[in-house]
Write a protein that binds this ligand. Structure first.
Ligand SMILES: NC(=O)c1ccc[n+]([C@@H]2O[C@H](COP(=O)([O-])OP(=O)(O)OC[C@H]3O[C@@H](n4cnc5c(N)ncnc54)[C@H](OP(=O)(O)O)[C@@H]3O)[C@@H](O)[C@H]2O)c1
Length: 208
């Protein structure tokens, strides 16, 4: 696939490495511009680009940036694109966002409201970057970690679940984007590296 990655930090850098290793064509972007990404591009064989170049022609775009930076993205270029939202809301980092503080919206719904027309799927938000880098396992392994995948677009969700599997994790359908609060910080599945049965149980046991 042609994959765009916005954010080159812990999660974006990790997914650049892992997805290039699987043979995908990756364009990675950050806030400082392509010239700051020379080393990552050389190491992985990814292209360093602008946000626009990462989105243009991509089959799927991962957004892995501090949530407060989402409204600064050029929303119109995401129209019709499958967007994997790996972000989390941390008020101390992202500031006060009323509808997230009062939990009336999931952070992925808030993101989808900004990126109107994008086919948003939430994934990779609940696993530490280092575990994403190092703990993928072949299907059927006893110690395979499962990752919840939430979204409203069935085709987009399938694409992301297949990618999660290819990266060495059991994908678990976590339901709708509005219900994706069940995998946000402070829920049973957040950072706990459960197997598929454990993730299903944790999603069901999550409390708002
Ligand atoms: N760290 C983890 O283990 C982990 C796990 C799961 C989910 N998450 C979530 O994933 C997101 C990213 O976390 P992280 O730890 O990877 O962050 P990070 O290491 O601080 O990296 C953030 C990246 O976002 C880029 N960025 C910021 N504003 C941008 C903009 N307007 N346009 C394009 N790129 C922009 C930064 O660009 P520059 O490099 O130019 O500064 C940087 O590359 C957060 O929402 C976090 O909560 C993190």
């Amino acid at each position: 696939m042609r994959i765009g990655i916005i954010g080159s930090g812990h999660i974006g850098g990790t997914l650049t490495r892992r997805l290039r290793a699987l043979g995908h064509e990756v364009t990675v972007a950050n806030s400082r511009g392509p010239e700051s990404l020379t080393q990552l591009a050389e190491e992985t064989g990814a292209s360093a680009g602008t946000v626009e170049q990462a989105v243009d022609g991509a089959d799927l775009v991962v957004v892995a940036i501090p949530l407060l930076a989402v409204p600064a993205l050029p929303a119109s270029i995401f129209d019709g694109t499958v967007v994997v939202d790996a972000n989390n809301y941390y008020p101390q980092r992202d500031g006060d966002i009323a509808e997230l503080l009062d939990r009336s919206l999931s952070s992925s719904r808030w993101t989808a409201d900004h990126l109107k027309g994008a086919r948003v799927v939430k994934a990779f938000n609940n696993i530490q970057a280092r575990h994403l880098l190092e703990q993928g396992r072949p299907a059927g392994s006893g110690d395979r970690i499962a990752l919840p995948v939430a979204g409203d677009d069935a085709e987009a969700k399938r694409l992301v679940m297949d990618l999660v599997d290819a990266l060495g994790f059991d994908p678990v359908d976590a339901g709708s984007l509005d219900g994706s609060w069940r995998q946000q910080p402070d829920t049973p599945v957040y950072g706990t590296d459960r197997d598929a049965a454990g993730v299903r149980r944790g999603l069901a046991e999550a409390r708002p």
